[in-house]
Design a protein around this ligand. Structure first.
Ligand code: 6GU
Length: 228
């Protein structure tokens, strides 16, 4: 799977060198291209923003650098999906991560300031599949952190990235429930016991207990998930 990212902060994505996704990149399961939007400007100050038509607070990202940057990424691409992180997009979920992981090539366009000139979305949609995606109902300064979260959630679903695929099945959200609580040695820590059932060796009873814990926890913390 290939990810391309257009951003004015390419160094933000240096952390994708480490951990699980770093290993997936070294083994070739995941390819990553990070592109500096300012490389597609032509003025001495490498300007990427300007004041909004119609007035108002803040600055808007200029269309020309975006057009050239996306041309450069999309020109040789085969059926890419372009994602613009935006609070105005569909909310990112595990279900969406699963669907997005089935694409061979995702391109992320990270906006900053008050957003990108809207013609960039329209023009990009005339040559590729385009999707606006939000992380949730709060405001970030730009798309970079959102893209980092999406790449981590999507990348770990790529076959081979996670060593033990069974661990994908039992996680929070995979079955529409939150995860059960986990424990490891020692059996008593600071006076607190591990739930005795986990030491019983009764695998059927352990499985039932874990499922009860998932349902109880979901009911308490995220009743909205049970409605779905
Ligand atoms: Cl994807 N971008 C920005 N700028 N803010 C957000 C967001 C995305 N999701 C929630 N807030």
């Amino acid at each position: 799977m290939r990810f391309d990212i257009v951003t004015i902060f390419p160094e933000f994505f240096d952390v994708l060198d480490i951990s699980l996704l770093g290993r997936a990149r070294k083994s070739g399961l995941i390819e990553l291209g990070v592109h500096d939007l300012r490389d597609y400007t032509h003025d001495r100050h490498r300007t990427v923003d300007d004041t909004p038509y119609g007035g108002g607070a803040g600055m808007v990202m200029k269309p020309e650098p975006w057009g050239e940057a996306l041309d450069s990424v999309l020109d040789d691409a085969d059926d890419p999906l372009v994602i613009f992180p935006s609070p105005a997009g569909d909310v990112f979920t595990q279900q969406m991560a699963r669907e997005l992981s089935e694409n061979a090539h995702l391109v992320f366009g990270c906006g900053r300031y008050e957003g990108i000139d809207h013609r960039v979305f329209d023009h990009t949609a005339s040559r590729a599949r385009v999707k606006l995606v939000s992380l949730g109902d709060y405001v970030l300064n730009g798309g970079e952190v959102a893209v980092m979260a999406m790449i981590e959630a999507i990348g770990r679903l790529v076959p081979g990235v996670i060593g033990n695929p069974a661990s994908l099945v039992e996680e929070s959200h995979e079955a529409g429930l939150l995860e059960y609580p986990s424990y490891t040695k020692p059996a008593v820590w600071r006076g607190i016991d591990v739930p005795p059932i986990l030491l019983s060796g009764n695998h059927g009873a352990i499985e039932r207990w874990r499922h009860e814990q998932q349902v109880e926890r979901t009911r308490r913390v995220r009743p909205d998930l049970l409605d779905e």
